[in-house]
Design a protein around this ligand. Structure first.
Ligand code: SF4
Length: 280
């Protein structure tokens, strides 16, 4: 087959330097580099962020069977390294879970994790998953301040604060703004200065040496403003919860607008959580 039978672009000479340079990629002939890149890499963006599918291996929302015995409940409470299981009533708290899946390995028929990434919520109580409930993580609209939806629905600028983070959630937040997830399509972006921001996004368990910097950053954000906790470390301290190196007193002074569970949190969890918060 002749080269120009693959792609023909009127006006573009096959003899040009750029065409020659991009002719043979994996044995396929092209006339312009952009086409070769598209075919090689596939689509460079997620077309529908609200209904995107992720791998079945992704550890998202947990499902607990309704027949977990009292002895098994006690065993799970003992087993979990971060005290994510609560008693009376028995439940799994997503704000503490690090998604290690040890509970699934211990009781594979009774505990599973599905690839539902829409697990962000604004209500601590909604983070609790109870036995026998295979339902979406709910969102408490009555807790959303009216000004949040009125002012931030079309444009939301956020300042990220890594308060002792390990760069895992930070990398995922970075990905949320890249060409693939492109949360900027909804007007949601990170900005460099808290003075230009509508709120802060906290990652990490909030270490003592970041406590003051976090307060200064928060104070620099003009009112009205929101605060989002991303990742188990930020929500509950995660595996560092009992460490004397933490100072989480800042969280006692403010109301949290959004909890984004994950270890680290997935960009789609973060983006869909914000969309629910701003009513989009
Ligand atoms: S997956 Fe979550 S609930 Fe299960 S053992 Fe690990 S941290 Fe605990």
């Amino acid at each position: 087959m002749e080269d120009d039978q693959y792609f023909h672009f009127p006006g573009l000479s096959d003899n040009s330097d750029s065409a020659s340079a991009s002719r043979n990629i994996r044995g396929v002939y092209f006339t312009i580099p952009e086409v070769a890149i598209l075919l090689h890499h596939g689509k460079q963006f997620v077309p529908d962020l609200k209904n995107a599918q992720v791998s079945s291996l992704f550890r998202g929302r947990p499902i607990l069977a309704d027949n977990i015995t009292a002895a098994e409940q006690n065993g799970l409470i003992e087993l979990c390294p971060v005290n994510a299981f609560e008693s009376e009533p028995f439940c799994l708290n997503l704000g503490r879970c690090v998604f290690c899946k040890e509970c699934h390995f211990a009781l594979p028929e009774k505990i599973s994790f599905v690839n539902d990434y829409k697990i962000a919520t604004n209500d601590w109580e909604c983070l609790k998953v109870f036995p026998g409930k295979n339902e979406d993580i709910s969102f408490n609209d009555s807790l959303v301040r009216p000004e949040v939806r009125k002012l931030f629905k079309r444009s939301l600028k956020l300042r990220q604060v890594s308060a002792g983070g390990d760069n895992s959630c930070e990398m995922e937040l970075n990905a949320a703004g890249n060409v693939n997830f492109d949360m900027g399509r909804y007007g949601i972006e990170f900005v460099a200065s808290p003075r230009h921001a509508d709120g802060i996004v906290i990652t990490g368990p909030i270490t003592e040496n970041m406590a003051k910097a976090l307060e200064i950053t928060w104070d620099a954000v003009p009112e009205p403003k929101i605060v989002i906790l991303v990742g188990t470390d930020a929500i509950s301290g995660g595996i560092f919860a009992d460490s004397p190196a933490l100072n989480r007193s800042f969280l006692n002074k403010i109301d949290i607008d959004l909890f984004v569970p994950g270890n680290p949190a997935h960009p789609l969890t973060f983006i869909n959580g914000i969309l629910r918060l701003i009513g989009k």
